[in-house]
Design a protein around this ligand. Sequence first.
Ligand code: ADP
Length: 253
Amino acid sequence: RQIELSGKEQSAELEQLARAFNQMINRLERTFDRQKQFVADASHELKTPLTVISSYANMLKRWGRDDENVRDEAIEAISTEAQRLQNLTKSMLVLAEAEREDWLKLERFDLVQLADETAEMLNATFGRTIRVHTPKSDVKLIADKDKIRQLLVILLDNALKYSKEAIDISMQVAKGTVRISVADKGIGIPEDDMPLLFERFFRVDGARSRTTGGVGLGLSIAKRIVDLHEGKIDVFSKAEHGTTITVVLPQRK
Ligand code: ADP
């Protein structure tokens, strides 16, 4: 169908088109920048443990046969860094998959049961206590069950890593949404670092999370999962007092 435009209308249409076009270019540019930054950060993160491994391997070659202390130190460092590389590549693959997929495998399930199972699995693995607080009835949710499980594991795993006491996970239903909170009484997060938490590879303190094996990708994956579900994730934390992360998801039941 031919659209006849008068001179005035034509310029308004063109202007609108140009604006939409510019917005699209800006978005693409931002995406490219993010990807470039990701490759740069990822290379850096991979390089550090590799450098450590290679220098300890050289040390082993030179002095390992004669010096028992050198040998023990090198073996310990090499295995720690290799483990780190493993964690890193595993998280990077998970993130890449979460970013690539923009569809959800929706199914109806009981969140209470999922939280119970996840807490039980982590309690058995870490020998710690995760207390699950739930409403009297079950909490039915239509969402991607595997991704929600992954989200719970990320939040609970962080709470376990950065605190020593029991952890509480609770859920409430209100106005067609489900609110999930994971609370710990651990080391907390300094206020200045809050805005950066969901950035890829961000760690509050490199040294602090190095010992826990964290690579700084957990919360970016968590945020991606929440965004895909059109939900919201917030962090409340006080250094030295603890952290509570809340996720609000549409229940869609
Ligand atoms: P990591 O794999 O290092 O845990 P995340 O992306 O999951 O990465 O978290 C980013 C950083 O936020 C962590 O390195 C840690 O410093 C901080 N953090 C996350 N959760 C908690 C928590 N429950 N208590 C204290 N600090 C936390």
